[in-house]
Design a protein around this ligand. Structure first.
Ligand code: ATP
Length: 234
């Protein structure tokens, strides 16, 4: 589904990532771990065309997307749910869904909206509320609902559990599992290491912009090098 080979990327002249090789297979949940500043968000930005790529190749469903514009990458079926959610605060819940509908896979807006409301019933109740009036958890649900309006084959989620109460985290993670079960591949950046590795199939840990350790989720959870990644800091 997604394949990254020899990626080096950064912002302007500042190189953040180097030597990154990563694979996400169809329907798989792949987790990206690492301390603050390790480069996790930059990795997602590189995939979605939002930072400078200095070397390497990114392919999505067999197409080279390395030099593609962000809107084209999204239109190809790769949705990015950025850190901090970045929904339109002044628009209502429903309007946020409307603007995210790109008519990619042929489903009507109404069908996709109903699918999003089925996943997150609270969004139906709050459909006419301004996004700014939603709780943090509801905003996260809206951000995921919005990503799904593009009928993606792969969704990248950047710290969806950030700032949420444990009950809501469980709910969001259950949705992530449901999406994967429905065949959508997931690339998940998470600070919550234990939960993320319970949920995921495979994980990569970054340290200072490089891959330090990778492996099947269970194996990685037990790998002492994973703790070192966090002790070493960014
Ligand atoms: P966090 O969990 O804190 O978000 P992260 O692993 O996602 O951490 P990144 O946000 O990718 O890390 O940041 C990696 C490095 O890139 C940091 O040193 C950061 O200061 C730098 N950086 C991030 N965004 C920019 C930017 N727009 N311009 C220049 N440097 C940036």
């Amino acid at each position: 589904m997604l394949s990254i080979a020899g990626l080096a990327a950064g912002y302007g002249r500042k190189q953040i990532l180097s030597g990154i090789d990563l694979e996400v297979r169809a329907g798989e949940i792949v987790v990206v771990l690492g301390a603050n500043g390790a480069g996790k968000t930059t990795l997602l930005n590189a995939v979605s065309g939002m930072c400078r790529i200095n070397a390497g190749r990114i392919t999505f469903k067999g197409t080279d997307i390395t030099a593609m514009r962000p809107d084209r990458i999204a239109a190809a079926g790769l949705s990015h749910c950025p850190e901090g959610r970045q929904i339109f605060q002044r628009l209502t819940v429903e309007e946020n869904l409307v603007v995210a509908h790109v008519g990619r896979g042929g489903k009507s807006f109404e069908t996709l909206r109903e699918e999003a409301f089925a996943l997150f019933p609270i969004l139906r109740e709050r459909r006419n509320s301004a996004a700014s009036r939603l709780s943090g958890g509801q905003q996260q649900m809206l951000a995921i609902g919005r990503a799904l309006m593009a009928e993606p084959d792969l969704v990248m989620l950047d710290e969806p559990s950030l700032g949420l109460a444990p009950k809501l985290i469980t709910q969001i993670f259950q949705i992530v599992l449901d999406l994967a079960a429905a065949g959508i591949s997931i690339l998940l950046v998470e600070q919550n290491v234990r939960l993320a590795l319970e949920l995921g199939d495979y994980g990569y840990a970054l340290e200072s912009g490089r891959l330090r350790v990778e492996g099947g989720a269970q194996k990685l959870a037990a790998d002492p090098r994973l703790a070192e990644v966090y002790l070493a800091g960014g």
